[in-house]
Design a protein around this ligand. Structure first.
Ligand code: FES
Length: 176
């Protein structure tokens, strides 16, 4: 085929083909806009669902050994870094009080000279029983269930909050 005839046919195809495939620009932007909106809304809904329903706690990871009960002398407050609790031993027995500030989760420190717990981050203060004395924290420090295993080890269950009055009688029944 002579080359200028082929060129002529190519030109004709070029002129007709784009018309069949053309999507009006306004329509294209409208479809892209809606797709982006629907995608963003779906992502937001998924994130919200994930955030509002945290995965269940692993029971083994929430039961933390704290060593032998004899490690905690009478009338003492002893910080245990994992799981960030104070083990208190008072006249009523043993208790595990959270050391995590209820404001934004910094670890509070015992100030022996003032007899209170202080948060180094934003200055909240708690009395020795964990009650808020000064904000910005609004909630008292929670207490967790303490158990005495058959091997004599104290175990804190940080998934089970208990009242601040609850104490473990180290001479009471043991759990496995
Ligand atoms: S984290 Fe303790 S006062 Fe803010």
């Amino acid at each position: 085929m002579p080359s200028n005839r082929r060129d002529q046919r190519d030109d004709e195809e070029r002129l007709t083909a784009p018309e069949e495939l053309t999507i009006p620009r306004r329509e294209l932007f409208r479809v892209l806009g809606w797709s982006s909106l629907v995608g963003a809304a779906g992502l937001a809904a998924y994130s919200l669902l994930r955030f509002s329903s945290p995965p269940p706690l692993d029971k083994e990871r929430t039961r933390v050994p704290l060593g032998g009960a004899d490690r905690y002398a009478n009338h003492s407050l002893h910080y245990v870094a994992a799981p960030k609790v104070f083990v208190k031993h008072d006249a009523q027995g043993l208790a595990a009080m959270s050391a995590v500030c209820t404001h934004l989760a910094c670890v509070v420190r015992w100030n022996a000279s003032h007899g209170l717990l202080e948060c180094p981050c934003h200055g909240s203060r708690f009395d020795a029983a964990g009650k808020v004395l000064r904000g910005p924290a609004r909630r008292d420090l929670p207490y967790f269930r303490l158990e005495l295993a058959t091997n004599g080890q104290l175990v804190a269950d940080v998934s089970r909050p208990v009242s601040r009055q609850e104490r473990l009688d180290v001479h009471g029944p043991r759990t496995s």
